[in-house]
Ligand binder design. Structure first.
Ligand code: ZN
Length: 597
């Protein structure tokens, strides 16, 4: 999330998905070939993802909701004696209110995934209190912690941070409380907000709206397309299209990379909106915009950990080694890239999408939460300069964008492990979990300590004819599937799915072996600058309290496996060094990239 000062300087004068799963929709999404399971159908089992989730759950139950409502209430003349929040939720921060939207989404996801009533009751309370604020709005439907004059300012191209960005977070939170937690009042509040957005933008000319879109607006097109897919109300689709940003969409539709110099996380949600507008309309231009954006970003703007951006901005294509700093890889960007990837997999279930998902999930998102924090404090940037160190948020005095999307990421790990179409089951991720396939009486239990062990085991309960498609990652070689102990003679080509189609019976066990090896990720702009990986896992050098001013030189022939899984030793120009998974690197300085001789 760009700071106002920098954005204002750079822009002056010129210038959401939800795992809808099985929720009832007005019309089926157009152009979808695989569907996600609802969060309620998949439980996490013990492991690093469940541990992250538990910390975020604790935080969601700890938060004082009156403090999250304080600036909303003041904005509508309601009394509030709550202590104001700090950081980006302070009463003078122009982004105030965004975290309340993130909390609504996180509570809805936590409830859908666990069924624990305390998450829903807290979300219901927030919705009811926000509705009381909205009911007092002088402009019907307007719901915000800041005055509507901020919208005047963004329309007039006067200095203001990102008012529609914040409204999108609230709208997405309301939609999630409705779709995932069954809150009907949330839909009422949301549709009134959507009507307000439409009225506000109906008044503007096309040119005025397009100029306004130069200011970061989050996923307004996404949440309104999602709402249209729920309600079928053409007004919601028309309002979504008001947020189609031609300056970004036109080159993407033509397959052109014009991203250099653009604020990265301002653009990613626009592409998520585009794929949802494709699902809403069937217009292939929207699909092309989203797929071209994904290809350009993942191919030419992405670091070894799956993240993108330096100082929050896209750089020229292929600039990686030359863009290593303390402000690389804003966490929101990867949160949003995973949302986009998930929608693209639904659209076209290719293993390459799931490969990127795995890379970014393990190497960026999983390791962005501080495991020493009982409340799941979260990183903003992930420094990739040599000697970088992760830093984290706190309870009430941070509330950055990445603290917000971190709450969301860490309550929905169950949403992209399995997908299905008809009687075909996709196993995309190797995360300890249990899938209860709705309506089929089939349960799949996945037991694994992956990636510490390069294998997973699927045990079936119930019976039925199913084609099980297991992702064979592009990084493996010599993968093997064993059914009840017998090696299966099916293609196991890396970068595809291996398919076992049969009538499964209770107690069937499918073992999947995915051999891992040491590889190196070579940066496109300097072939001597590389990251070390073992299977999908980026290994970083552990440097304790030692800062580094240049990339250490690593002798790759010196890398030796240590006794602990995924731990290695090596010799570098700095001396002996321990290599460990970057996702587990906390509380000390590190290097992800090396000079390789
Ligand atoms: Zn962020």
């Amino acid at each position: 999330m760009a700071e106002i000062s920098r954005r204002t300087v750079l822009r002056a004068g010129a210038t959401a998905v939800t795992a809808f799963g099985a929720a009832p929709a007005h019309a089926a999404d157009i152009g979808v070939s695989a569907e996600a399971f609802p969060l309620s159908a998949v439980s996490l089992s013990p492991g690093p993802f469940q541990a992250n989730t538990a910390r975020t759950h604790s935080y969601l139950l700890f938060l004082d909701l009156d403090r999250l409502l304080h600036t909303f209430r003041l904005n509508y003349g309601l009394p509030s004696s709550a202590a104001p929040c700090g950081g980006w939720e302070s009463p003078t921060t122009e982004l105030r209110g965004h975290s309340t939207g993130h909390v609504l989404t996180a509570l809805a996801q936590a409830y859908a995934n666990t069924g624990r009533a305390e998450f829903k009751s807290r979300g219901d309370h927030l919705v009811a209190e926000l509705a009381k604020c909205q009911a007092r709005a002088s402009s019907p439907g307007y719901l915000s912690a800041f005055p509507e004059s901020f919208i005047d300012r963004v329309e007039a191209r006067q200095q203001v941070w990102a008012p529609y960005y914040t409204l999108h977070k609230i709208m997405a939170g309301l939609l999630d409380m409705h779709m995932l937690a069954g809150n009907t009042q949330a839909l009422t509040v949301l549709t009134a907000m959507a009507a307000w957005v439409k009225r506000r933008n109906d008044r503007l000319t096309l040119a005025q709206r397009q100029n306004m879109l130069d200011t970061e607006f989050g996923g307004m097109n996404e949440v309104l397309a999602n709402l249209y897919l729920l309600t079928g109300d053409p007004a919601h689709l028309a309002t979504a299209r008001y947020f189609d940003h031609a300056e970004i969409f036109d080159p993407l539709a033509a397959g052109q990379d014009r991203l250099n110099g653009y604020h990265a996380n301002t653009q990613i949600p626009k592409a998520i909106g585009a794929i949802r507008e494709y699902h809403a309309t069937g217009e292939t231009r929207y699909r092309d915009i989203a797929t071209n954006f994904w290809t350009i970003v993942t191919r030419d703007h992405t670091y070894a950990i799956g993240g993108n951006s330096n100082g929050e901005y896209f750089k020229a294509p292929g600039r990686i080694a030359s863009e290593l700093s303390d402000s690389t890889c804003e966490c929101c960007n990867s949160y949003n890239m995973l949302k986009l990837t998930r929608q693209l997999f639904r659209t076209n279930p290719q293993a390459s999408y799931a490969d990127y998902y795995e890379k970014t999930l393990y190497n960026h998102i999983l390791g962005a939460q501080n495991p020493d924090s009982a409340h799941g404090f979260h990183s903003y940037y992930i420094p990739l300069r040599p000697g970088g160190i992760k830093t984290y948020s706190n309870d009430y005095h941070n509330f950055t964008c990445c603290h917000g999307t971190g709450m969301e990421s860490n309550t929905k790990y169950a949403d992209s492990i399995y997908f299905f179409t008809g009687n075909t089951l996709y196993v995309n991720l190797f995360i300890a979990s249990e899938l209860r396939w709705p309506g089929r009486g089939i349960t799949v239990r996945q037991e694994t300590t992956y990636p510490e062990t390069p294998s997973t085991r699927l045990t079936f309960t119930g019976s039925g004819q199913i084609a099980v498609k297991v992702r064979i990652p592009s990084w493996t070689s010599g993968a093997r599937l064993r059914l009840n102990g017998t090696v299966q003679n099916v293609p196991v080509t890396p970068g595809t799915f291996a398919t076992i189609s049969r009538t499964w019976t209770g107690g069937d066990v499918l073992d999947v072996d995915l051999p891992m090896a040491l590889t190196r990720d070579v940066t496109p702009d300097d072939a001597s600058v590389q990251a070390v990986k073992y299977g999908p896992i980026v290994l970083a050098g552990a440097y304790g309290t030692t800062n580094l001013s240049t990339l250490p030189t690593l002798d790759p022939a010196s890398i030796r496996r240590a006794s602990t899984p995924l731990r290695f030793t090596a010799s570098a120009s700095t001396g002996p060094v321990n290599l460990m998974p970057f996702y587990a690197m906390h509380g000390q300085r590190y290097t992800v990239y090396w000079r390789i001789r």
